[in-house]
Design a protein around this ligand. Structure first.
Ligand code: CA
Length: 228
């Protein structure tokens, strides 16, 4: 899951980025409104954390522009304690939730998870899956054929990406940017190694192989031969 933080206070921004990265998210941080707006318009995020008080373009203006451009990404905005107006306005403009500064990180993390879950519910379930493979997004658990499979945070993120976009061939460059927050270097075999580890856990003990390598293109999760 990839998040964008738009926060001009450097310390707060770095602190949030670190905490959310440790929680297993890929995080981009913009230190001003214009950069934040540009990133939100061009990259694909699962959630945007948007500070209202920004020196150049304020958060409410950014939110308005995103919604006008048809961007449905969930937005959690950060507001000062005394600005009830901002809170009301933000929700009216299409923000999904707000948090009043100062806040504790645990609360932010809980709100982020709730919003992401709500997004998943929107897609009709609180979990996603394919065939007998199920991902419980809230509890970060994976089962196949009812059997629990233990994954690392990165493996879970990789599997979630594949499953959410099942049937679609995902190039290594896309996987790199969405799961590792890095630009893909064709000499690196990080992704291939990670896929092999994931495959060993997900497919090795099962007759139906779900993860497929598409030579020269990337990886995909799908039912073989389109069987259901
Ligand atoms: Ca600020």
């Amino acid at each position: 899951m990839k998040l964008l933080i738009v926060e001009d206070e450097v310390k707060t921004g770095e602190y949030l980025k670190q905490g959310l990265s440790e929680a297993g998210f890929v995080v981009d941080l913009a230190h001003n409104g214009l950069d934040g707006y540009h990133l939100a318009m061009t990259e694909r995020y699962d959630l945007v954390i948007l500070d209202v008080m920004l020196p150049d373009v304020d958060g409410l203006r950014i939110l308005t522009s995103l919604r006008e451009a048809g961007k449905e990404v969930p937005v959690l905005f950060l507001t000062a304690r005394d600005s009830v107006d901002d809170r009301v306005k933000g929700l009216e403009l299409g923000a999904d939730d707000y948090l009043v500064k100062p806040f504790v990180f645990a609360e932010l993390l809980a709100r982020v998870r709730t919003l992401l879950r709500r997004g998943a519910n929107h897609a009709a379930e609180s979990g996603v899956g394919i065939a007998d493979l199920k991902l419980d997004l809230a509890r970060r658990r994976v089962t196949r054929g009812g059997r629990r499979i233990h994954l690392t945070a990165k493996e879970f993120a990789l599997l979630e990406l594949l499953v959410r976009r099942q049937g679609e061939v995902l190039p290594r460059s896309l996987i790199a940017s969405q799961v590792w927050d890095m630009n893909f270097d064709s000499d690196s075999n990080v992704i291939d190694v990670a896929i092999r580890r994931l495959l060993a856990k997900i497919d090795d003990d099962f007759e139906t192989k779900l993860i497929q390598t598409v030579r020269g293109m990337g990886y995909m999760i799908d039912m073989p031969d389109g069987r259901l």
